[in-house]
Design a protein around this ligand. Structure first.
Ligand SMILES: Cc1cc2nc3c(=O)[nH]c(=O)nc-3n(C[C@H](O)[C@H](O)[C@H](O)COP(=O)(O)O)c2cc1C
Length: 449
């Protein structure tokens, strides 16, 4: 199938990170079109028509989110671009910002105009320090060429974009923790409602969107929402960036049409290029570390025997019993040599470390998940520990101030659901586990692909 490139169309052009080269390759056309020929409401309508869903993980319809923005008289509105990108396995926003900074700025200008925002913040994870320089240089260039600042292209629309670095906390990717951090406070999530659309940064109406979401506004305005909605499948319209890593021959960032199958994505040379060293595929986390892991058999085919596709609906087919989620598109592949218990423990350690500690189910629960997984992984577990893990993750799920709780609970639940045998093996083969000989346990060999 011919691949469609909307965001990465010009990614390989030499010098595309500079204003002049970007402008010479259709760059900023959507700003001209929007500011000269469209009203803000018309842009919101185009985005609604496109069917674009937020690319930050939850997949919420972008046009609908924009239409919730409160517009009280005399109160400024803000657009915040979420560039925190801390979800393990996810590095697609980094690619966009590093190589196509003007594409993001273009999306931010059109989106700010649509929302009536004269100030836009890019909140970027602290570790992406060198990308801050790239973005600031691009902002200066855009300003020098009349695309930022006062009276952009003579339209009367003013916009300033500021880049704000985070300090390396995963929780600051959660939109309300991000807003707290942006205001200079500790990044603790806020209780919702009120939602940012009503009370966001500086207590003013705010839209928070992911980098990729905002970049996707550019092709939507250039080609029309209708054209965008025809790409992809079902409610998975447009293209999606996938950052692929783990046991694959060609790790990297790929722009996919969401009609391709998971099998094609992993095994074809156009994408991941298969599993190295002739190993078999054991499992995959397709949407960033928070989404449920799936064993190879359920990854490639749904429980009903349908071919699993790389889109929101197909990945979720079967719910969490036999399916997973698209999430942020951080695609992590495991070959037959990987130990699921060890991997689950590593993730639990991460979530425990990153819990802000504000609410007890998350603060205490993530700590216990990590302690028990560490015990099982080291060969000191008890069969009852598996049930205990199950019980703890259930008590976290749905009982926390923000979804970090679920992000910590779901990987444990899915690992036990699909790889319980492997947990049991660690307990019954304690001596082997202690010397790091993980083996496959009783893991069903026929589930490998
Ligand atoms: C713990 C946690 C971390 C998150 N990290 C990110 C992130 O790094 N980038 C991001 O865009 N969204 C992240 N989100 C989701 C945001 O809260 C929010 O839903 C998103 O920025 C909305 O943008 P979208 O509608 O364009 O997807 C995170 C959520 C949680 C609970």
């Amino acid at each position: 199938m011919a691949s469609i490139k909307l965001l990465l169309k010009h990614a390989d052009v030499k010098g595309i990170e500079t204003f002049d080269v970007y402008r010479a390759h259709e760059g900023y056309n959507s700003v001209e079109k929007a500011l000269k020929n469209m009203t803000p409401d018309e842009i919101v309508e185009e985005v609604k028509t496109s069917g674009l869903r937020g690319r930050g993980g939850a997949g919420f319809p972008t046009g609908l989110k924009w239409s919730f923005l409160a517009k009280p008289e005399g109160v400024p509105r803000y657009l915040v671009c979420n560039a925190d990108e801390s979800e393990p396995g996810t590095f697609k926003d980094r690619y966009l910002m590093e190589f196509l900074p003007h594409l993001l700025l273009e999306g931010l200008i059109v989106s700010s105009y649509a929302l009536g925002a004269n100030t836009c913040y890019i909140y970027i994870r602290g570790e992406y320090a060198w990308i801050v320089d790239i973005l600031e240089k691009a902002i200066e260039e855009a300003k020098a060429n009349g695309f930022l600042g006062k009276d952009i292209l003579g339209s009367g629309f003013d916009l300033d974009i500021f880049v704000q670095r985070g300090a390396g906390a995963y929780i600051c990717g959660e939109e309300t923790a991000l807003l707290e951090s942006l205001e200079g406070k500790r990044g603790n999530p806020r209780i919702k409602p009120p939602f940012p659309a009503v009370k966001g940064v500086w207590d003013c109406p705010t839209v928070v969107n992911n980098v990729e979401t905002l970049a996707a506004v550019v092709p939507i305005i250039n080609d029309g929402g209708e054209a965008y909605s025809k790409i992809g499948a079902g409610r998975s319209t447009g293209t999606k960036l996938i950052s692929a890593c783990g046991n694959i021959n060609k790790p990297g960032v790929y722009e996919i049409d969401m009609t391709i199958s998971v099998e094609e994505f992993i095994f074809s040379d156009e994408y991941c290029g298969g599993i190295p060293n002739g190993k078999k595929l054991k499992a995959c986390i397709p949407g960033g570390s928070s989404v449920p892991i799936l064993p190879a058999n359920l990854l490639l085919r749904t429980a009903e025997g349908n071919e699993r596709l790389m889109n929101y609906e197909s990945l979720n087919e079967g719910g969490f019993e036999t399916g997973t989620m698209m999430g942020s598109g951080g695609f992590i592949v495991f070959d037959e040599d990987q130990c699921i218990v060890r991997h689950t423990m590593t993730l639990a350690r991460f979530y425990n470390h990153e819990s802000c500690g504000q609410c007890s189910p998350c603060r205490e629960g993530t700590g216990w998940l990590y302690q028990i997984l560490k015990k099982i992984e080291a060969g000191n577990g008890d069969m009852k520990d598996i049930d205990l893990l199950w019980d703890i993750q259930r008590k976290i799920d749905g009982n926390t101030i923000c979804p970090l709780g679920e992000a910590a609970a779901w990987p444990v639940a899915a690992a036990i659901r699909h790889f319980r045998d492997e947990f049991e093996w660690h307990i019954t083969h304690a001596e082997e586990a202690k010397v790091g000989n993980y083996g496959l346990g009783n893991y069903a060999a026929e589930a490998l692909v």
